[in-house]
Design a protein around this ligand. Structure first.
Ligand SMILES: [Zn+2]
Length: 135
């Protein structure tokens, strides 16, 4: 593993990186993990629409973003209320598995906010993380 952070945040980041590593979206592999306290509620990676049948939606233009894949995974396991107050950690991998900016797009941002997710932690181009809190 190329990033070693200590503690709970490091574990979340490692899980998100593992998701990104298994992404089929080769141009910009992204992974996300949704956590609340010590509990992992869900995880996911971005997918191209070639995988629509596996996602089980009737239509999905473009790609499925990691944040939404992660939320869908969490909603398969937990009632929607459980997602309130959760933190989502998102990573994007670039060349040589370097961390790249993974700031949520407007659509994901709105979805996350509407679900009551409290905090988004995303990788940045400096190899670190930026934290954004929903007000
Ligand atoms: Zn998005």
């Amino acid at each position: 593993m190329f990033v070693r952070h200590l503690g709970l945040i490091g574990i979340m980041i490692d899980l998100a990186i593992r998701q990104a590593e298994s992404s089929s979206f080769e141009r910009a592999p992204m992974g996300a993990v949704l956590t609340k306290g010590h509990k992992v509620l869900g995880s996911g990676q971005n997918k191209t629409n070639r995988h629509q049948s596996k996602i089980r939606t009737t239509s999905w233009p473009g790609s499925l973003h990691a944040e939404i894949a992660c939320v869908l995974d969490a909603l398969r396991k937990h009632p929607v209320d459980k997602l309130k107050g959760a933190t989502i950690t998102v990573v994007r991998l670039g060349k040589k598995n370097k961390l790249r900016l993974a700031m949520p797009c407007r659509s994901c941002y709105n979805s996350l906010r509407n679900l009551g997710i409290k905090e988004v932690r995303f990788s940045n181009d400096n190899g670190g993380f930026t934290t954004m809190r929903f007000e």
